[in-house]
Design a protein around this ligand. Structure first.
Ligand code: ATP
Ligand code: MG
Length: 343
């Protein structure tokens, strides 16, 4: 393997599709422990385990092959992505363990750069690298197991929305399409740099603002795309999300790439899984691709109660946390109505 350049094949696009994951989890025996406040049965972002009345531990794991050639950058992106699940649930990062898969004959200089990039982000998140596990594998993969803390009364789950909630998204969409297209030399370095800046921005600041307000649900938008993660918020079946297409934040050039059919396999898996649950009120194939595009280290998708939405957005503006108001939650007019409507 070249000492400095990683083979590009992954990010959250490498995630198992939502259909296969659902099948897998359905057959996994359920846990019954009252201290497990959030387990895999609700397909939330992280597991939460109660330690005492005021303290719970929050745990998540994420790793994948690289979507960029630069090892330091890959380390930063993989760590930012792994840390994000803690922030999506309103938790604080305590410590992290490195997960390393690396070729036996690979350059250790390259691996050290990956780990240095990851460590930088864990430190920025307020955590500490406490160890890890490393195995040989043909394709380098990296990520973290992250442990955080949270007040058990303040857990922000991903699946309980309310009528009138406002939907906020804190990062632009299209990083999957942009990173794949960059390898095909089909987008500018500026577009690629925008995607990289987005993937290496921690969701911590957004989380710190969000948790001060009445939040019905939050998740981070990753491999299942905006549509997939929004659909997870609507599993109760009573509500639907109305997305305003013109308010969706999109990295410049991602739309043009989608028009040129520069799309990803993960996006097609997401489309196939979700097509019965989403309705587009217009014909725009490229925009549909953006909505299904797998995001690596995407933003927080926040369903904030209507009465707190303005104040939360004002504080995000004041704290320079980027965000877009992308839609709202409403009661389904009939039980058979689509879960997601794109207007
Ligand atoms: N092999 C597995 N065994 C048990 N649970 C799993 C397995 N793979 C995924 N899960 C669970 O499925 C749910 C959804 O997992 P997924 O990785 O999509 O969530 P996520 O960590 O929020 O994703 P992302 O890191 O991309 O934000 C989580 O509760 C996770 O713990
Ligand atoms: Mg998540």
């Amino acid at each position: 393997m070249d000492e400095e350049q990683l083979f590009v094949c992954g990010g959250c696009n490498a995630k198992m599709g939502p259909g296969d994951l659902k099948n897998l989890l359905n057959d996994l025996p359920q846990n019954h422990d009252p201290r497990l406040l959030v387990g895999f049965d609700s397909t939330d972002d992280a597991a939460v385990y109660q330690l005492n009345e005021h303290l719970a531990t929050i745990q998540t794991i994420d790793f994948f092959p690289s979507m960029v050639t630069d090892p330091y950058l890959f380390g930063q992106i993989a760590a930012t992505n792994a840390l994000s699940d803690i922030f999506a649930m309103g938790g604080d990062v305590l410590l992290a363990l490195n997960i390393v898969c690396f070729p036996e004959k690979g350059s250790l200089t390259t691996l050290k750069k990956i780990l240095a990039g990851g460590q930088e982000k864990v430190t920025e998140a307020g955590g500490v690298i406490a160890g890890g596990h490393s195995i040989h594998d043909h394709l380098p993969k990296y990520g973290l197991s992250v442990t955080g803390s949270i007040d058990p009364h303040q857990i922000i789950c991903n699946n309980k929305v309310n009528d009138g909630d406002v939907l906020i998204l804190t990062k632009k969409l299209g990083v999957g399409i942009i990173t794949a297209s960059y390898q095909a030399e089909a987008v500018s370095p500026e577009a690629f740099n925008t995607a990289v800046a987005s993937m290496t921005m921690l969701n911590r600041d957004a989380s710190m603002v969000m948790r001060k307000y009445s939040i019905s649900a939050c998740t981070d938008v990753t491999g299942f795309g905006l549509a997939g993660h929004l659909a997870e918020m609507l599993t109760g079946g009573q509500h639907q999300a109305v997305i305003e297409a013109e308010d969706l934040p999109i990295i410049p050039e991602a739309y043009a790439c989608a028009e040129d059919l520069l799309v990803t396999a993960g996006g097609q898996r997401n489309r196939k899984f979700l097509k019965e649950r989403i309705h587009f009120n217009f014909v725009d194939h490229a925009l549909e691709e953006i909505v299904f595009d797998p995001q690596t280290s995407g933003g927080l998708l926040i369903s904030v109660k209507a009465e707190d939405a303005e104040a939360m957005m004002a504080e995000m503006t004041q704290k320079k946390v980027p965000f877009s108001k992308i839609g709202r939650i409403q009661k389904k007019p009939v039980p058979t109505a689509a879960d997601i409507i794109v207007d």
